[in-house]
Design a protein around this ligand. Sequence first.
Ligand code: TTP
Ligand code: MG
Length: 405
Amino acid sequence: MTRTILHLDMDAFYAAVEQRDRPELVGRPVIVGADPRGGAGRGVVSTASYEARRFGVGSAMPISKAYKLCPQGVYLPVDMAKYLQASEQVMEVLRGVTDCVEPLSIDEAFLDVTGSRRLYGDGVAVAWRLKDGIRAATRLTASVGVASNKLLAKIASDLNKPDGLVVVPAGGEAEFLAPLGVRRLWGVGPKLEEQLFTLGVRTIGDLQRLDPGRLERRLGSHGLDLIELAHGRDERPVVGEPTDARSVGQEHTYDKDSSDLPRLRRTLLELSDGVARRLRAAGLRGRTLTLKYRDASFQTVTRAETLDAPTDSGERVFETAWRLFERLHDGRSVRLLGVSASHFEERAQRGLFEPEPAPADRLRDQVAEKFGAAALVRASLLGRSERRHPEALPAQRQKRRRPGS
Ligand code: TTP
Ligand code: MG
């Protein structure tokens, strides 16, 4: 079956984040990297906005040279924490359409969306979904290439930057590549490009027409690989991130940092329920529960507690998460909360005298299975008006009985 591979790359990433956060910089040449010190600065350019690129400024250029080309530019230091946060949000959007996401750097990734077609439509539909999702989450633009393999997807994403979307029709790979320069191909740097020039090869089309034997004599087996690529043949798989089988977790990033205690508590309740539901679905119980807490200054702390008996109960997970939270929280604004469970035991090992899942948990699973997780919301997660109509609640929260109390 033809695969559908996407390559997504953010536009002028560091500079775009800076322009987003300082609207007065929109439309101006912005250069992120070292301090130019009036032309005497050391270090190199990390990236330049598209406005600055018109002056010839680009990544990896000495900052002194950039200053010569564009003295009127706005020069900014690298603010890594900010770019990492945006990167994390982008990758979260990508993981929303498939588990098969292979990040290549802070601002780009491959996705294999072959299996997402039924849910989200063809590659183009998924590409739009990602671009829109990224814009909504980060107010940044991304360029996407859609193709049948990695080589073509990556070339395509670069062809219509910024805010591009380029599709390579399946079966049209060689034709698509033919007019492009050989430097576009994987592994062709300035040296190899020079060697190919001496053979009269400038475009990928020239390479397609070259006698393979001749190229093999010149470049060895690498020559044959090159011809494969020139025809648009590339079987490399997208290597998804290993799903961490050692823990089951869920986290939530607030759109706006929050110090609203009832809201933070509701989030923890929701996360705890989600984690417990996933444990039960996998037939696992976790002995260690971990809380992840990130404040507005991007400081992240995790705190864990090991229980005397492993659990898959939403109540237990929440009790523990809340206890850990109360010990940490001092009224700061919170950016992200996460709950995870680890140190698993399989449910089959449930001891003779250990309790079955609480009836409320069992009912929650049945409803979630039938209507989706969102159908089932705890009373304390609902707003007032909803609470006045309890018939809308498929399951009522059971009064908590603490063991031993
Ligand atoms: P790129 O994706 O190569 O560049 P870009 O996103 O700035 O611009 P575009 O993709 O639209 O052409 O790199 C992503 C970020 O990585 C970039 O914003 C800054 C950083 N970077 C460096 O710090 N040094 C470098 O030499 C390069 C190439 C990138
Ligand atoms: Mg980029």
